[in-house]
Design a protein around this ligand. Structure first.
Ligand SMILES: [Fe+2]
Ligand SMILES: [Fe+2]
Length: 267
């Protein structure tokens, strides 16, 4: 885990990063929206769980949480879900039904803690409305991002993610070249179906974000971004016709192991 910080007066980021040897760093963010009814968005990686709970407690007393919004049930988003549900007895879990049903194949997530949403549906959290939005790119059918109307912020799940050369707090701290390369590469790697999509059809989904017009983008896998929505949409518009990303293969693993002296431990 990295050190939590306030992105805005009522939005805190619980940042972490995952090192991909020989390639770079994938940010792994969770967020606390300090609404009248406070909301946690996602719960990080299991391997960080003890530190995640400390980071969460440094930002808010978990007993004050009223909502846990799960963007989807991938491992890098549910790492501390069970612990948070225990520490936050008054919180309801907001997610797509598929997330809950799949998690229940692993542990008995209580159904009476759940609130099921489909894209387009909303919850009111006292002083603002959170709307479930399917982002233009998603690697899991249960994905629901969050549009938060008070801050005009879009919590975009895996969409707009990037593998970056070093951890950063803000996208302004990353060169444009690294950002475009990292975002394009991640988009293709995490969403290989994008190369089967007609660019015109994909552009319509990008237009829906354009119409939403978020001022802030909080991706699970990118440092926070202010005023960059149009720039990011233009980057994504180029992905369907970009060269498909290729996942690291055995030759790459051999190179990584050689650099590490054959120890198999992340340096
Ligand atoms: Fe995912
Ligand atoms: Fe993810």
């Amino acid at each position: 885990m990295d050190k939590p910080f306030q992105a805005m007066p009522d939005i805190a980021i619980l940042p972490a990063h995952y090192k991909i040897p020989g390639i770079g760093f994938l940010p792994i963010n969770a967020f606390v929206i300090k609404a009248k009814e406070p909301v946690l968005v996602d719960t990080g990686m299991s391997m960080d769980s003890a530190d995640f709970m400390k980071a969460l407690q440094s930002v808010i007393d978990p007993r004050d949480l009223k909502w846990i919004w799960l963007t989807h049930d991938d491992a890098d988003h549910i790492g501390s879900l069970q612990k948070v549900l225990e520490a936050a007895p008054d919180a309801r879990l907001v997610s797509n039904s598929l997330s809950v049903l799949r998690i229940r194949t692993v542990w008995p997530l209580p159904l009476d803690r759940a609130r099921w949403l489909n894209p387009g549906e909303s919850i009111h959290v006292g002083d603002r409305t959170l709307t479930a939005v399917r982002p233009p790119l998603f690697d899991n059918p249960a994905t629901i991002g969050v549009y938060e109307d008070k801050s005009e912020a879009f919590f975009s799940a895996d969409c707009f993610g990037a593998i970056i050369p070093s951890p950063a707090r803000r996208t302004d701290d990353i060169t444009e070249e690294d950002l475009v390369q990292g975002m394009t590469g991640w988009a293709g790697l995490d969403n290989p179906w994008i190369h089967m999509v007609k660019p015109d059809a994909f552009n319509q989904t990008l237009d829906r974000v354009r119409q939403l017009g978020p001022k802030m983008i909080f991706s699970s896998h990118l440092p926070m971004a202010t005023g960059k929505t149009e720039q990011f949409l233009e980057v994504l518009a180029g992905v369907p016709s970009s060269t498909p990303s290729v996942a690291p293969n055995q030759a790459m693993l051999d190179q990584i192991l050689a650099q590490m002296g054959g120890q198999g431990q992340t340096p």
